[in-house]
Design a protein around this ligand. Sequence first.
Ligand code: AMP
Ligand code: MN
Ligand code: MN
Ligand code: MN
Length: 285
Amino acid sequence: MLDHDLHCHSNISDGTLTPAELVARAAERGVKVLALTDHDDMDGLAEARAAAAQHGITFINGVEISVSWRSHTVHIVGLNIDPGYLPLVEGLRNVRSGRGARAKKMADELAKAGIGGTLQGAYRYAENPNMIGRAHFARYLVEAGHCKDVKSVFNRYLATGKPGYVPHQWAALADTISWIRGSGGVAVLAHPGRYMTGRKSMGKQTMRELLAEFAGLGGQAIEVVSGSHTPEQYAEFARYAEEFELLCSCGSDFHGPDESWRDMGRLPDFPLDCRPVWEAWENNA
Ligand code: AMP
Ligand code: MN
Ligand code: MN
Ligand code: MN
């Protein structure tokens, strides 16, 4: 079992726990090395780091950046970043800036589909209004009785091509990797398996092109053991890691009790031959 969890969310983005609550849960579940990786925002890191020190957990500064690559949205996790690095701070501010207008459009689309009041409803769930996103809409739609849980809301209304889905331009892959690397961090392709399932998913050839471009731009790792991967996908992405000479990362992608693929920590071991991503910072220490 791995005692590292290098991907999770607090209510600074679309998780439901505060950074301190999240760290307490990780400690309780045996996590020894934790990275908080909120979407497009680093405001939870100081609180999480302080809480981690109290629980005797090693804390890694992280972030998960939303990227538009070709016609796909992909997520790049930055690990061991410096949250004071200005190009990263300013880059993330830009990435966040479109969320308000996007939320308004989503609410308009949902209204056309016969569901009103979602903008105000979603904002009630967004602790950090700058980070309003689909998960906040989903929670409100469950509350209002339109679906039984968050997953069904995505399937019916919010996934690509559904009535409340609004396409959006996120950061460029090259910029994202340069902000992360420039700050001293490691760039990790998050949950690659998710880009290969569902509507508008990429095929194997496109995944190879993405990995080649990612590695060519300085990307160093991919998530192999992810809360949103199946055991078959652990093996599949371990092979991609080997082919593209990438390090392997692991994380639950926990968002909150009751609505995540997986709870924090207790992740299964890497397939053999995986070189763990922490080699990157342990060797530089
Ligand atoms: P956004 O950045 O606003 O587009 O929201 C993306 C977030 O929505 C992801 O980070 C997940 O937390 C959540 N999400 C995306 N797809 C699903 C899904 N099928 N089921 C549950 N949550 C999802
Ligand atoms: Mn999320
Ligand atoms: Mn993600
Ligand atoms: Mn995530």
